[in-house]
Design a binder for this molecule. Structure first.
Ligand code: ZN
Length: 429
């Protein structure tokens, strides 16, 4: 799983946004190094000025942005950290006193050494994000002049870029995995989601046989989800059986989820089950605490069974949307845990079947070598679990149903089912 951490390191410096060359570079990197079947798509802005109720933003690119003093010392340079630029800033080239410049600065009084991540997608303005400590220092000389340069462009004939990977399975029914690619240099939000989605794809490819078809998408948050829905909503509504948004899934904190609006879908059940055994302290948030693309996928007229999976949920860690969400905040162990989380959900989806016991009355397990002839620590538990599973194998309970009834992890129940199957004691219902 170390290579997943390498993806985060590699993609960290790239300037991403809702659109632009950084997003293309990010997707090309994934395609060239990990997902050769990734389809990189361009959604033309000129042909789609409206996306449902939203105005599609122009494609934005930026090559340079800095603030220099009268001695041409660059006191802020976007090349050192792309969080310094207000996302979607308009181009400028002016010299103004600090008192004017101050109106275009964004900083955090609550964390004076962090650079905040700030954007202005839908109102044209320009600005820089700096530490509050630096801003306070500059405020001591309000009349000092600064030269401001932002070399950015808007292209109304451009496009919004996203990635789509379809991995076919035996069934037309689909599992949707969605993550976003629109944040610049921050590791947990959102590079961890990209790394976990790549790892999930690798895991899905590694399965000997796939029950479901998988649709893995890399989209800019919100507008990208709306674009994807605009192009695919009928298909998604017809075929998506379960879905996951991956967000902030690489830190060492909690394991958490955001449930669907009524917490009543197959996805909700699977996520709750996985969380119960992956951590002693699962955090299950209701849809009232939504914030990522579950907002679009679970909206009333869309209504897909999509939960969001996180380690520490967006907004619940102090590094969130600042320069402190860096390569130290996400760890190899943290992202490894996040990958395990999504892969366990996939494992349940792939293996959750209905079986029926063949014998009338209880089977005589000893005949099949399934009953220990010697009593030792643990063997009683195993036998108890096996007889309990048999007691519910009536053909209308799935393995997940039974694991929940008898209160054991899905994988333990699956192991026992495999042994019963090898002994020809059960059949698929
Ligand atoms: Zn974010």
């Amino acid at each position: 799983m170390v290579y997943m951490y390498n993806i985060i390191q590699k993609l960290f410096p790239i300037t991403r946004s809702l659109s632009g060359n950084g997003n293309r570079e990010t997707l090309n990197y994934l395609k060239e190094n990990y997902l050769c079947e990734l389809n990189i798509k361009e959604y033309s802005i000129k042909d789609n000025t409206e996306t449902f109720d939203w105005t599609t933003p122009y494609e934005w690119n930026i090559t340079e942005a800095y603030i220099e003093d009268e001695n041409r010392n660059r006191i802020i340079d976007f090349k050192n950290n792309n969080l310094h630029i207000l996302g979607y800033s308009e181009p400028v080239n002016i010299t103004i006193p600090f008192s004017e410049l101050d109106k275009h600065l964004y900083s955090l009084e609550s964390d004076i050494d962090a650079v905040p991540y700030t954007t202005s997608y839908y109102k044209k303005r320009w600005g820089f994000c700096i530490t509050h400590r630096q801003r306070e220092e500059l405020r001591k000389n309000p009349d000092k002049l600064y030269h401001i340069v932002i070399d950015s462009s808007y292209n109304k004939n451009g496009s919004i870029t996203y990635g789509e990977l379809i991995i076919n399975g035996l069934s037309d029914e689909e599992i949707l995995i969605s993550t976003y690619i629109c944040h610049p240099s921050m590791a947990n939000d959102n590079l961890s989601g990209i790394a976990a989605a790549v790892a999930a794809a690798k895991y899905i490819y590694s399965l000997y046989e796939r029950k479901y078809t998988y649709r893995i998408i890399f989209i800019p948050e919100t507008i990208g989800a709306l674009i994807y829905l605009k192009e695919n909503i009928d298909h998604l509504k017809k075929y998506v059986k379960a879905g996951f948004v991956l967000s902030c899934i690489g830190d060492d904190g909690d394991y958490s989820c955001v449930h669907t609006p009524y917490n009543n879908t197959y996805t909700d059940r699977i996520v709750t089950h996985v969380l119960k055994y992956i951590t002693d302290n699962p955090k299950e948030y209701s849809f009232l605490e939504r914030g990522s693309d579950e907002r679009q996928f679970c909206a009333p007229l869309v209504n897909l069974p999509v939960c969001t999976l996180s380690r520490t949920k967006f907004g619940k860690f102090k590094e969130y949307h600042t320069s402190n969400d860096n390569l130290n905040f996400v760890t190899a162990a943290g992202i490894g845990g996040g990958i395990n989380y999504i892969c366990q959900c996939i494992n349940i989806l792939e293996n959750n079947e209905y079986y029926k016991i063949k014998t009338v009355g209880e089977p005589q397990l000893g005949k099949y070598g399934l009953y220990p002839t010697i009593s030792q620590k643990g063997s009683a538990d195993f036998t108890r679990n096996m007889t309990n599973i048999i007691a519910y194998l009536n053909g209308s309970n799935s393995i997940l149903d039974i694991a929940e009834i008898i209160n054991i992890p899905f994988n333990n129940a699956l192991d026992i089912i495999k042994q019963l199957d090898n002994s020809h004691l059960i059949q698929k219902a």
